[in-house]
Design a protein around this ligand. Sequence first.
Ligand SMILES: Cc1cc2nc3c(=O)[nH]c(=O)nc-3n(C[C@H](O)[C@H](O)[C@H](O)COP(=O)(O)OP(=O)(O)OC[C@H]3O[C@@H](n4cnc5c(N)ncnc54)[C@H](O)[C@@H]3O)c2cc1C
Length: 281
Amino acid sequence: MEIQVIGGGIIGLSIAWRLARRGLAVAVHDKGPMASEASWAGAGMLSPNGEFRTPSVWADRALRSLEAYPAFVAELEAESGVSIDFRICGTREEDRWYPEEAQVDPRGVCAALQAACQARGVSLRPHSPVAAPAAPAVVASGAWAPGGCAIRGTLLGYYLEPGVLPHIVRRGHHYALQRNSGFVIFGSDEEPNVWTYAPRPEGVSALRRAAAALLPGLLDRPPDEVWTGLRPSSPAGDPVVGAGGAPGLWNAYGHYRNGILLAPVTASLIEDAVTSSLGTG
Ligand SMILES: Cc1cc2nc3c(=O)[nH]c(=O)nc-3n(C[C@H](O)[C@H](O)[C@H](O)COP(=O)(O)OP(=O)(O)OC[C@H]3O[C@@H](n4cnc5c(N)ncnc54)[C@H](O)[C@@H]3O)c2cc1C
């Protein structure tokens, strides 16, 4: 019996990897290339303190997922042979300092997940849309999940000297972070229910002004790259993770602004739910 994972973003791939490590046969289907939607676009801030302002189940899970990240990355690198740009760098948010916060390159994580999945025998099936999942299956189709919706975000990228930005800088929902290569990412805005990808010029101008307020050196400098992505939202606003509407179906979508951060904890929740239901726990 093969478990079908619908959606090959960071959430579906993390789940597939974990299930395969438990000895289960798994296939991951994506309607397009693997990991080319929100998980390709995400900035990779692992910043629960600025994202979850009030106590909640998901605020706790976000903190647990941040704690799990170093081991998640280490295991993934060891199994895949792919090195991942991950750094516990801390976040400065006006007068607050969160030293335990981190950043990761989501494209690197997804490349490593695909290699680790293949090494574990997972069948990766790009360009194979699934209209109606047949049990056993995990729905991890992001903004396209039933009832899901897209909240588009735009990011700006600048090639700067490495070390210019040793930690994440935040002001509300605006932030800047720097990859080890020197590439600085600045974000972001929110456009609910926008399903297209071409950035709006006025949105880019507003972001450029906000970027210069955080990093004054960017005032007159056009970004080297501009891209958008569709954050997957859910009707209630929280991730939808757990049993689905029928036996043998599970859901894992709606991670909105924090799916990169929440990948390890989501994969663990689904791993536990699937293995206990199938009697392999
Ligand atoms: C601009 C921006 C900045 C962000 N910054 C951060 C950040 O700093 N930190 C953070 O933690 N998160 C961030 N996020 C959010 C994060 O990127 C997402 O929450 C996360 O990538 C969601 O992962 P996913 O696998 O659920 O969705 P996706 O990566 O969108 O994957 C879903 C996949 O399902 C596939 N699919 C859809 N329908 C079907 C179907 N019928 N059959 C088969 N396949 C299907 C899609 O093609 C897609 O590949 C950001 C997002 C954006 C857009």
